[in-house]
Design a protein around this ligand. Sequence first.
Ligand code: HEC
Length: 232
Amino acid sequence: MMRSGRTLLMPNVVLTLAVCATLALGQSQSGNVVTSAKYTSPYDAFMKMNRLPEAFGKDDNGADYWGFLESRLGNQAGRILIKRPAKGFSDDAFRGWLSFIRTSGNATGIGNCVECHRVPDFTDRQKHNIGTAKEPLETPSLRGVAGKKSFFRDGSASTLEEAIARHVAAAQVAQQDKRSGVEVEVGKIALSEREIGEVAAFLRSIQEVPREQFRQYLIDVVIQPVELNFSD
Ligand code: HEC
């Protein structure tokens, strides 16, 4: 009798503790997280609600960051549940984010963007040759980039899609002409037309909003199953 009483009780205790922990986390989300957030874009809300790393680890490069996220997201392939702000971070933005941070793979869906546009500021503050100018230029931050009228230092791209497509074209140059000066990291970029659109949708989500709206992003959440297959 004693014995069965105990076994019944134990799971109850554990369950209660687990529920308390969830409530406590929920409360701090609407308070502290909103007031202490350095950045308040839909993207930042997405990272916080999924408890994903918002910055590189010390001495990490883009490949290390991707490696860590790839294992967090279910290693190679599988069905996972992600949360996203119902407004401001679409399905396309989610897929674009994946391409943005993905540094390697077999075919397309590889942006390698995070290697230079390093999170959380979306710049490594280093100079690179991406084929847009004779001399290497400092990586610009991509926070608020969707609000710009034109892109690149010389203003030679008029849409985000065009700016991304220029990086993709430069990847071919880097691969085919080693003396072009275009960096090896650029040569890793491989995105289809559709994926360019998704990355552009993602870039549009790195737009700061007032804190009250940011709070709304954290509250108004969609939980969505996602099928991940990094091998095609
Ligand atoms: C090797 C480093 C490197 C990689 C990788 C890289 N970029 Fe860039 N990016 C730059 C540099 C440097 C510039 C500035 C070029 C210029 O002004 O001519 C730039 C400019 C941009 C711009 C224009 C910003 C502005 O304010 O005008 C966008 C948009 C952009 N990159 C998006 C991306 C995306 C998306 C990816 C991934 C597909 C990516 N970049 C990969 C270095 C990189």
